[in-house]
Design a protein around this ligand. Sequence first.
Ligand code: ZN
Ligand code: ZN
Length: 304
Amino acid sequence: MKFEVTILGSSSATPIYNRNPTSQALNVNDRLYLIDCGEGTQQQMLRFDIKPSRIDHIFISHLHGDHYLGLVGLLSSMHLNGRKKELKLFGPGHLLEIINLQLKYSETTLQYPIEFTVTNTDKAEVIVDNEDVTVETIPLDHRIACTGFLFREKKRQRKLLKDKLEELQVPVQYYTSLKKGKDYIAEGGTVYKNDTLTIDSEQPKAYAYCSDTIFNPQYFQQINNVNLLYHEATFLHNMLDRAGETFHTTALQAAQIAAQTQAKKLLIGHFSARYKNLDELLDEAKSVFPATELAIEGKTFVIA
Ligand SMILES: [Zn+2]
Ligand SMILES: [Zn+2]
């Protein structure tokens, strides 16, 4: 099953040096989950072949412009392109008010329904639970209400040992129950234990998206042991005071969080406009947590 994230935007605050404000497309089993939608996201989707028709879920972390100013444009394009199927949208309560106001004064009625779910920063909540994933909000600590999102793959069915099944001439109609863990009883009454005919599927993986936040251990427990942790790293650690004033994290702190929560891998992004070259941010994070990569736009990271 596919579980990978493509970076569409990695800049904090403003577009600069060919970097765009935050957005990511998470591919789970060929369904796309869009996380944040900064200005320019539609152009980035065209550039990196991310099809809006495959997006049924959009998550907005908070209402700073660099995380949602591309949203109304995208919703509007979906409408113009004839979308009919429902879109599930998650974000702070006032987001719907903003969208409705824009639609109202352009006298637009979307051709497709939006199911809106309000996120809240008081406690973590499961906001999606389908056959592929669960999604939980991660309450973060930013200047305004902000949540991250934790995506957990669902455990898959057992995998069939095809050679073995062919050798024993197991009829195809038994495959479904074998995948569910049932034993196979042959016509003569011989019982074949399930674990001789199948193997367990891989352990489900997890992806934590921690957008704008100050270093605050309140959410560390929740993101323990994820396979991939995306964490904002707006500044170098010599800007710790500035990070504190603006409720952001430094590259060093992001790496400390990855180490402390035992992430397998760390992805840093939301880079300040003061850094044209990102090497220093990467080096700083790697000094604490070597398995760190930069959230470079257009790059796809497999969550493994
Ligand atoms: Zn931001
Ligand atoms: Zn922000």
